[in-house]
Design a binder for this molecule. Structure first.
Ligand code: URA
Length: 249
């Protein structure tokens, strides 16, 4: 396994952060300082970061579904001291949020102890579908706006990709997108003339929020984790495809 991936799997850091740690010369394989994140390491080799031995992941792959309430932030820590989604799941594991939801957005966010899986599930080239329920401030929403949402909306960082949109109430739309630009759903609705009053994510990839109560979480079972892992394997990151600036969901 590549060294950066090994560190991410062991819960040391996300894969990108692990690459930086390696490039800074803080990682040794055996006695040798290794600065190449792609260097292959085997389970038998001893890997250290800043002199501390990294244990291969012991608890196995864990993925949690969290129903984020409004006001909770989805970063691992918040400089303003607001509660985080990671605070909501106290298992003793080092957990990474899979992407981001804005603080006022509610609904499904995943946490995992596998930084590599978190990276793959959020990288734009895997195009994992995310479904949101958006209630707008002033309905009803006309067919014209639905068509625009489906066909693509011109935002300041470019045209959005085709999306699925269906009306669930006169002032509420279920929207499925495959991208993850910053505040994308809110900006799409603003652009078509119907600012969002409330936004909830109801599905991420193969997983639905279902009846999970707000503020609670559950560990996914093996079949659910396998389905998500498959999603993250479905596409290879395309070398030439540009990552939209601010991509994060
Ligand atoms: N799009 C948004 O605008 N906000 C979110 O939290 C998620 C997607």
């Amino acid at each position: 396994m590549r060294l950066a991936k090994y560190l991410a799997h062991a819960g040391v850091a996300s894969r990108r952060a692990a690459e930086r740690i390696i490039e800074q010369g803080r990682v040794r394989v055996g006695e040798e300082v290794v600065r190449d994140p792609a260097r292959d390491v085997s389970e038998r080799e001893v890997v250290t970061v800043d002199g501390a031995t990294v244990k291969a992941q012991e608890s196995g792959l864990a993925v949690y579904a969290v129903h984020k309430p409004a006001g909770v932030v989805s970063t691992a820590s918040d400089p303003q001291g607001r509660p985080t989604v990671v605070d909501m799941v106290r298992t003793g594991e080092r957990l990474y949020p899979v992407g981001r939801l804005d603080a006022p957005t509610t609904g499904l966010i995943l946490l995992t102890n596998d930084g590599d899986l978190a990276y793959r599930l959020t990288h734009p080239s895997f195009e994992v579908p995310k479904t949101y329920r958006a209630r707008v401030k002033k309905g009803p929403i006309p067919d014209r706006a639905l068509r625009q949402l489906r066909e693509g909306v011109r935002l300041d960082d470019g045209l959005t990709s085709p999306a699925r949109a269906r009306r669930v109430a006169p002032d509420e739309i279920e929207l499925t997108i495959h991208e993850g630009r910053k505040r994308q759903v809110r900006r799409m609705f603003e652009e078509v003339g119907f600012p969002v009053a409330s936004l909830q994510r109801v599905a991420f990839g193969s997983l639905a929020l279902g009846a999970l109560p707000a503020g609670s979480h559950r560990r996914l079972n093996r079949a659910e984790v396998a389905a998500l892992t498959e999603t993250a394997k479905a596409r290879k990151p395309a070398a030439k495809r540009a990552r939209p600036s601010g991509a994060r969901h």
